[in-house]
Write a protein that binds this ligand. Structure first.
Ligand code: PGA
Length: 240
C-alpha cells in the first residue's frame, strides 16, 4: 500500500514564495507516495490548479454563518480539499482547542467526506511520568466519542509527541512502533476496524528511512522539512 505523506506547511510563505515552491516540487515527487500538501488556506487554489491532493490545517465545525475568520468543511470541500489536520498540538496549545471541540470538528469533516487527520501525542512531562498510553487513549476516545462506526473508516490518526514537534528530537523507533500498535488496538477494540496511523515530529533526511521502515506506520506527517522544496524532494526520494 502507498505510504501517505502529509506536508504541513503551517503559516509560511508569501504568495511569490508559494508560486516558486509549487513550481519547484512539480513532477518531482514519485507517485509511489500518496502526497497531500496542507498550505495556508489562502494558497489552496494554487495547489488545486497544480493538481495536488490538498489538505487544510484546520476547519470549523459548522457549515456557514456568522463565524468571522473561520472556514467550514463545506467551503474546503468546494476547493477540492480531501484531508483536514484536526487537533494539531499548536492548535491545542495556542488556540485552546479541547478534545470536545476537536471531536465536533472531526464529525463535521466526516459529514462532508473529508478525511480528518487527528493529531494526538504526549508532552515531555507526560512521557517522563509514563503516561503516554493513558494520554493517547483519552485523546482518542473523547475525540471519537460521537462518531458512528460507519464513519470511522475515513479517519487517520497522527501520533505526534508534542516534545518532538519542531525540536529535532524523535522518540526511539520502538516507542513509535508501540504507540502505533497501541492506537490501532484502541480503535480496533472499540470499533472493530483498522485505521491508518502516521508519525509526525522532526522527520528529516537523517531519520526518515528508519521511521518509514516501521511496519505499523502508514505514513508520515512532515512540518519543517517540507518547507524547502529541494530538501523535501530529496528527502522523499530516500523512501521512494
Ligand atoms: P515538524 O512538524 O516536522 O516541524 O516537527 C510536524 C508537525 O507539526 O506536524
Amino acid at each position: 500500500m502507498k505510504k501517505l505523506i502529509i506536508a504541513n506547511l503551517k503559516m509560511n510563505f508569501s504568495k511569490d514564495e508559494m508560486i516558486e515552491y509549487v513550481d519547484e516540487i512539480r513532477n518531482k515527487i514519485s507517485n509511489t507516495l500518496d502526497l497531500v500538501i496542507c498550505p495556508s488556506s489562502v494558497y489552496i487554489y494554487m495547489f488545486e490548479k497544480a493538481g495536488y491532493n490538498i489538505g487544510s490545517q484546520n476547519a470549523y465545525y459548522l457549515g456557514k454563518g456568522p463565524f468571522t475568520g473561520e472556514i467550514s468543511p463545506i467551503q474546503l470541500k468546494s476547493l477540492g480539499v480531501s484531508h483536514v489536520i484536526i487537533g494539531h498540538s499548536e492548535r491545542r496549545n495556542n488556540f485552546d482547542e479541547t478534545d470536545i471541540l476537536i471531536g465536533k470538528k472531526l464529525a463535521a469533516c466526516l459529514k462532508e467526506n473529508i478525511k480528518p487527520i487527528l493529531c494526538i501525542g504526549e508532552t515531555l512531562n507526560q512521557k517522563q511520568c509514563r503516561k503516554t498510553a493513558e494520554v493517547l487513549k483519552n485523546q482518542l476516545l473523547v475525540a471519537f466519542k460521537d462518531i458512528p462506526k460507519d464513519e470511522m473508516y475515513d479517519v487517520i490518526v497522527a501520533y505526534e509527541p508534542v516534545w518532538a514537534i519542531g525540536s529535532g528530537k524523535i522518540p526511539e523507533v520502538k516507542d513509535i512502533q508501540d504507540a502505533a500498535i497501541f492506537i490501532k488496538d484502541v480503535i480496533r477494540k472499540k470499533y472493530d476496524i483498522e485505521i491508518k496511523v502516521l508519525y509526525g515530529g522532526s522527520v528529516d533526511k537523517s531519520n526518515i528511512e528508519k521511521i518509514n521502515n516501521i511496519m505499523e506506520l502508514d505514513g508520515l506527517l512532515i512540518g519543517s522539512s517540507s518547507l524547502n522544496a529541494s530538501y523535501f524532494v530529496e528527502m522523499l526520494d530516500l523512501i521512494d
